[in-house]
Design a protein around this ligand. Sequence first.
Ligand code: ADP
Length: 642
Amino acid sequence: MKLQAYVRKGSFYEAVVEDGSDIIFIVDFEGTIRYHNTAVFQTLGYRPKSLNGRNFFDYILPETVEELKRQFKKSQQRAYTQNIEFQFLCKDYSYRFLEFNAINLKHKEGLDGFILDCRDIAQRKENEAELVRLQKAKEQFLANISHEIRTPLNGIAGMAGLLSQSPSPEERETYLNAIKHSAENLKLIINDILDLAAIESGKLTFEKIAFNLKDFLPSLISTFMYQAREKKISLDYTIDENLNKILVGDPVRLNQILINLISNAVKFTHSGSIKVFCTAEREVKGICWVRIEVTDSGVGIPEDKLNTIFESFSQADASVTRKYGGSGLGLTIVKQLVELQKGRITVTSKVNEGSSFIVLVPYGVGKKGAMANTSPKNDQALKAVNASQLVVLLVEDNDINRLYAKSILKNWQCYTDTAENGLVAIEKIKNQAYDVVLMDIQMPVMDGYETTKAIRLMDAPMCDVPVIALTANATKADVEKCMAAGMNDYLPKPFTPDDLYRKLFIDQKISPKQKVKSKSPVVIPANQLYNLDYLRSVSGNNEEFIREMVMTFMQTIPPVLAEMKQALMDSDWPKLARQAHQIKPSFTLMGLTELRSSILFIEENSKASTKLDEIPEAVSNFIIQCEAVIPELSKEVMPGAA
Ligand code: ADP
């Protein structure tokens, strides 16, 4: 056979093909292997010469043979063909991904054959498959996450809609509870996303605080008791006596790990029990290895999913989302939290029998008395604080956030003044002494940092007012920036009324010292609110005309006021804006200058959905004043009337 000529000892081809790490086959156009080099042994397991005379296509993954034959045919027309992928049967019966470039010997040497210069692309293929899998998992995650976010959001929007339709007290209670529950869910999922983002960007830091597991595990377990009881499953915990010691580390992160593992156990268990067992596995040189085991008798996890459940965005099964909800982020966060603390997490599980997650984390061992009192203060302690009469300046550009904080403060009988940006806040602080300033960070015109710096440069006593940041960005760097700007403390958003209470009255011990400067609006007597000069001048003092105009005003305004009241109750801002717009011109005609600015304020802000927290008060004042002015006007045009 002529082909052997190319691989004769000492020939050019022999040197090239034998020395190279690439796998070389020389095959004829029918696929008969005429030669292969020793690299074939390393990659595919065949000894030198053992494939000579065999047909190349007999070793190709059967379902791809036809396609490869087509490629061979095409290659016969060309001198050189590149990057043809195929899978070749190895000696151990597995298939390996290879790729060849074919040199057509017909073109060069007049022979019916190819030199196939092959590269092992198994790793590349694996990477590609992994990439596709990750991409799919990410898409699945995005679908899950938007579903997870949308569900509570829809709940909140729907319930708020129902609340505005004058529900009965019981319905109101149900809707409010549903809103609270949905908001809580939303907060959890957003916190998960933020945590993961912080972990992935390497921004997560761990505290070194003294704590005793005994102080927080019981209350943590009790938060799951209700759910467990509902599902008729038992939930027990044991803390080994050897763990009754002061540990030094990050209790908040440990709490987070436990919450994730226990909530999964509760979620995926429908009968039987959940057990949490904590022990000190070993203690060496002041380091205590804490072992926490969360075991359940739940649905279990298929063996092939035991590794992937720890990956971002991954759930054991797509049907899990439909059945149990969840983002597939919990275990990823747990694993990262454990490993960032130099610990380990393992899982064993059997489908339909249950799962056991074991966490092992090293903590420092602290001395007795090293512990700060971290136990949560109880409500009784909170109630003992007197919040009323506190003069608060709330600096916040977002209407909803302003309304939320203002409503909480109002419940505590605090006097709250608001400013929609830092510049307005500074002006207010110049004119009124405040007990505390609650300061949003990101605001137009002047942000929270700049505002606080400016306050600290003011004269005493204004410069000493306590400033607490209300911030959605609560990373360590953000907090440091707040402190550097001169703030006293910070409260991450979203916060509960309890969080705000704790911050103001327990942590910062703010107490009412300031007196509110008389802010009560100057009450103009109703008979001085209007001025009919305009009507007089345009009508040439035509009494009849004036009387008719005033009568029309008196008849048309009350039904519109009723509509405005209703729109306010329904929080139907566009309707309120339309009503205000409709009656606005008559206030100019009647010379009702004060009321005209009120109706203008109501119209503009309802239309733009701004200052929504100030509108209710503005509307009710407006209505009261209108109702007072109408009898006065009537006296004007019908002097005999009462
Ligand atoms: P999520 O619970 O939000 O889906 P996790 O990351 O906490 O996300 O869990 C990932 C997956 O691991 C779950 O979807 C579930 O399939 C599986 N899993 C976790 N814990 C358990 C458990 N205790 N029992 C059965 N399956 C579990």
